[in-house]
Design a protein around this ligand. Structure first.
Ligand SMILES: N[C@@H](CCSC[C@H](N)C(=O)O)C(=O)O
Length: 504
């Protein structure tokens, strides 16, 4: 009989598969390592097991103990699985950019989940690191593996991921491509492969790091991005900068487009960090020849992102372009639609346009593209007016009110920093002149208060690709909407902006 004694025995030994369709324009053989085939669904099972075993061996974790860890999800799943099998309680702290599906998975394993804000500084007590430290101190018998600094994490890749890749390529791998988050995968796997190939005639393995645009590894300031589980806003001890040979910044739009292509063309349902790694790999492969063998690590499955990267409406709302394969409707079906049967899906609004009506909007406005209205608005606004009028979180209620009065705007976003290219993740909420004025008049807000303490939910967000007709119902109830393209806010649209387009 062939079976494992325990699910933990199934961690590792993941296969390599060749990319065909998406890599057809590059010369090297491009192989991907399918880490979603680990039992917890990601590469993080490897570090979870190693960190817990080391903690037990060192007496840091004992029966009755609790595992506490800040995580963007996958390390949490690995730790939850290991903790459950070994009889420990587990508590995970995840930033709010982590999707609900991932949190539900943690709970399914029996873990407890605490959610923190994504847009807080890493050294804030309210960041997911800060809350984890507090819980570790408060819970009796708690142990925080600390994937960002625990040397057992890179060691697990040095002992397993690296040797697996070396053996499965018969020592022929020339390039390793890997996303960096905590830094453990690139440090451990890269270090092993470089060492084992050091004396090779063809030279050592070259390590290519893929990094979300905005993250510090590729020179960013730690600005927010949508891709999950990779990139950083602080330097983790497990990232050894001596290991990478090149680092590529990849933006969310490129990562998500490739993630969808991997599912649609290669049969690989993987997460956004996998799409990001493949974009970086194919970029690096442009300069390589047919004898090169590239291995790209795909960290997790796409099942945790069905409500995001694989949801047309989520993608649309963030302003990402959704490519659709053309599905021809048979002629007979088409004529049935034409003959007054059911509505023809080819002509019905989809995504953001679905389920709304343009009956109450004049034809001259209804069909206008929101992105065009916002761009046009930019051409006649005074130069002094930023494309997105907003209030930085630390400004006062009085200043926010005066900004809205000055520009004649009813509602503005509250942001972490003033930016020309404001990212969706930098929007913390919104304030309206009516709402703030009412609070001041009722004494529940003082003019000198920080505006963030009186912010409401963020303004609704729509895509540049949406039409005025589809956006109008939201606009009418909210008064203003944020218009996004590729995760960046292009401007604010108000009902007045639609009125201004009448008669043009
Ligand atoms: N800063 C990153 C996440 C860091 S790595 C965490 C790890 N992948 C995990 O599963 O916990 C982000 O922006 O998501």
């Amino acid at each position: 009989m062939n079976y494992a004694e325990n699910v933990l025995d199934l961690i590792g030994s993941t296969p390599l598969v060749k990319l065909n369709s998406v890599a057809r324009d590059v010369a090297p053989t491009v192989l991907v390592k399918l880490e979603y085939l680990n039992p917890g669904g990601s590469i993080k099972d490897r570090i979870a097991l190693k960190m817990i075993e080391e903690a037990e061996a060192e007496g840091k974790l004992a029966p009755g103990g609790t595992v506490v860890e800040p995580t963007s999800g996958n390390t949490g799943v690995g730790l939850a699985m290991v903790a459950q099998q070994k009889g420990y309680r587990s508590v995970f702290i995840t930033p709010d950019k982590v999707g609900q599906e991932k949190r539900d998975v943690l709970k399914a394993y029996g873990a407890e989940v605490v959610v923190t804000k994504t847009s807080v500084a890493p050294d804030s007590p309210d960041s997911y690191y800060g809350v984890a430290n507090r819980l570790e101190a408060d819970i009796d018998g708690a142990y925080q593996p600390n994937q960002f600094f625990n040397p057992a994490a890179p060691q697990s890749h040095y002992e397993s991921t690296g040797p697996e890749i070396w053996n499965d390529t018969d020592g022929a791998i020339t390039h390793l491509v890997v996303g960096a988050g905590t830094g453990g995968t690139v440090t451990g796997t890269g270090r092993y492969l470089k060492e084992v190939s050091a004396d090779r005639e063809s030279g050592p393995v070259r390590v290519v790091v893929a990094d979300p645009d905005g993250s510090i590894y590729s020179g960013g300031e730690g600005r927010p991005y949508f891709v999950e589980g990779v990139g950083e806003d602080m330097w983790p001890g497990n990232y050894d900068p001596a290991v990478p040979d090149e680092i590529h910044a990849v933006n969310d739009a490129e990562s998500f487009a490739m993630t969808r292509r991997l599912a649609a063309e290669e049969g690989l349902l993987v997460g956004g960090s996998s799409g990001m790694a493949v974009v970086a790999g194919l970029r690096a492969a442009q300069d390589l020849g047919p004898d090169d063998i590239m291995v790209i690590i795909l960290p997790d499955s796409g099942r945790g992102y069905l409500g995001k990267i694989f949801s047309d409406s989520w993608m649309d709302t963030q302003g990402f372009t959704v490519e659709h394969a053309e599905t021809p409707v048979p002629d007979t079906l088409g004529s049935a639609y034409r003959d007054g049967g059911a509505a023809d899906p080819r002509t019905q609004p989809q995504g953001a346009d679905a389920g709304t009506s343009s009956a109450h909007l004049l034809d001259s406005v209804a069909g206008l593209r929101i992105g065009d209205i916002v761009a046009e608005k930019g051409t006649w606004l005074p130069d002094s007016l930023p494309s997105v009028v907003s209030a930085v979180k630390t400004t006062t209620v009085a200043e926010a009110l005066s900004t809205m009065n000055r520009y004649g705007i009813d509602a503005i976003p509250v942001v972490s920093q003033m930016r020309d290219d404001l990212r969706v993740g930098e929007v913390l909420g919104s304030v309206s002149s009516a709402g703030l004025a009412e609070r001041v008049l009722h004494g529940t807000a003082r003019p000198e208060d920080e505006v963030l303490t009186h912010a409401d939910a963020a303004l609704p967000q729509v895509s540049v690709h949406a039409t005025a007709a589809s956006v109008y119902p939201v606009l009418r109830s909210a008064g203003a909407v944020m218009v996004a393209h590729d995760g960046v806010i292009q401007g604010i649209l108000t009902v007045h902006d639609l009125v201004a387009r009448l008669g043009e």
